[in-house]
Design a protein around this ligand. Structure first.
Ligand code: NAD
Length: 446
């Protein structure tokens, strides 16, 4: 059993804290957001993540998981303190490290015993060492220079929508430290999570920090690559779904992350691609691949809008579009940098009215689209979204959209036009019900 403090109780801090607690550790989750902490004390979660509510409820009840706004309380008995605050993008694309640094400052100000401070947030190379400097400085100011501590980089690879599962059974755990004792302790902490023999990789701090960016940019690159091939297929012929299976059979390529669609979004890929470009730029190296990954994705987010424009023209006044899916991907309510932001806003700016359904993200969407409230109606049932619609646009591939009742849709829609941003449907189904169908890279002219 270890005593652990999480500083930052968002997606990563909450999931990580709850999973550590479930393995028998005692965990304090700290956050500056008072409402979030008050709610969490009553097991009211700020996010939707499969399996998380049960985990929080159980560990809260059994006393291993506690919530506070007071960092002093959180680190009082702790041996490990994880920094899990956000690192959102600045205007110029660089990661905003102000939350990391203020967390480090707060830790340094109230630390009075040996503590291992772990940067779990995604941070550029060298940040963990800066955290060490800040803590050292704060200790000096408080005349507690004798208090020992260490810093470690331990980037997180969980994905939203399967965060608990990913954390409980990680493909690998990356630990960046030059200290053998600290490495051993971190290994002990993670041992219960890697019973499937997946590796705990010990490396130097900078390599650990860079591994996270390299992994995310590589994954984003696969998506942008497939999106670029898809756009070419729409011009010269070929079906991206056939091409995907054709290349995925090659073991060197593999099957994951090869889906063409409406572009990637979320709180990680866009910002991490931008930060890598920025890090290269600051150090005199043009990151040509990362730059192309970003540019292709920006273009892809407008691809569906361009199709709609081609079909219905520039002016969409009086037209009604049903939208299925607003979250940046299924199984989450996260809308950060979701392709739906670009698509919905563009259509409204062209005069359209949107009727939207998402199984989890409506509350989030209401906040995000606050300025567009007069032009969006949210509905609680996917079929309601297609009532009197001139077209349906599928943006997020939630499972429940996979086999809709096409004949019911047919009786509800004003025009049978379907824009499928995630290539969910078979041409036979579409033809059977007489839909006009637009999809990504399948060169379909139905
Ligand atoms: P988030 O925005 O969901 O949560 C961050 C939390 O930190 C917020 O609740 C905020 O109130 C709190 N906070 C900010 N400053 C604080 C301070 N000084 N003290 C205490 N709390 C503070 O962010 P997230 O999505 O959990 O991401 C956190 C980090 O993890 C980022 O660097 C991100 O890139 C990385 N990451 C995220 C994911 C993901 O899927 N979301 C996956 C892997 C890595």
């Amino acid at each position: 059993m270890m005593k652990i403090c999480m500083v930052g109780t968002g997606y990563v801090g909450l999931v990580t804290g709850a999973c550590f607690a479930d393995m028998g550790n005692e965990v304090w989750c700290v956050d500056v957001d008072e409402v979030k902490i008050t709610n969490l004390k009553a097991a009211i979660l700020p996010i939707y993540e499969p399996g998380l509510k049960e985990l929080v409820e159980r560990n809260l009840k059994e006393g291993r998981l506690r919530f506070t706004t007071e960092i002093k309380l959180g680190i009082e008995d702790a041996l490990l303190c994880f920094i899990t605050v956000g690192t959102p993008p600045c205007e110029d694309g660089s990661a905003d490290l102000s939350y990391i640094f203020s967390a480090a400052q707060a830790i340094g100000q109230c630390m009075n015993h040996y503590l291992i401070v772990v940067t779990k947030s995604t941070v550029p190379v060298g940040t963990t060492e800066k955290v060490r400097d800040i803590i050292r400085q704060e200790l000096k100011v408080s005349a507690r220079e004798h208090v020992g501590f260490d810093v470690v980089s331990n980037p997180e690879f969980l994905k939203e929508g399967a965060a608990v599962e990913d954390f409980m059974r990680p493909d690998r755990v990356v630990i960046g430290t030059e200290n053998i004792g600290t490495a051993e302790l971190m290994k002990q902490l993670y041992k219960p999570f890697v019973r499937n023999q997946n590796p705990i990789l010990i490396m130097d701090t900078k390599s650990a920090e860079m591994t996270k960016y390299a992994a995310n940019v590589m994954l984003a690159a696969r998506i942008s690559f497939m999106n670029e091939i898809a756009q070419l297929c729409d011009i010269v012929g070929g079906d991206i779904t056939n091409i995907r299976t054709g290349i995925a059979a090659d073991h060197r390529i593999g099957r994951q992350f090869l889906y063409a669609g409406a572009g990637y979004g979320g709180s990680c890929f866009p910002k991490d691609v931008k930060e890598l470009i920025n890090l290269g730029y600051k150090n005199g190296l043009e990151m040509a691949i990362a730059t192309a990954v970003h540019e292709v994705n920006e273009r892809q987010k407008h691809y569906l809008v361009d199709m709609i424009r081609k079909r219905f023209g520039e002016k969409l006044d009086g037209m009604r579009f049903g939208v299925w899916g607003l979250a940046f991907k299924p199984q989450t309510d996260d809308m950060r940098e979701a392709p739906s932001l670009v698509i919905v806003q563009s259509l409204i700016n062209m005069g359209a009215k949107i009727v939207a359904f998402d199984p989890q993200a409506i509350k989030e969407a209401q906040q995000v689209f606050e300025d567009y409230a007069d032009h969006i109606q949210y509905v609680g049932d996917m079929m309601e979204a297609v009532n009197d619609a001139d077209a349906l646009i599928l943006i997020t591939d939630w499972r429940q959209f996979r086999q809709p009742d096409f004949s019911d849709m047919k009786s509800r829609m004003r025009q049978l036009v379907l824009f499928d941003g995630r290539n969910q449907y078979d041409f036979e189904q579409i033809e059977k019900y007489g839909f006009e169908y637009y999809c990504i890279g399948r060169n379909y002219r139905g």
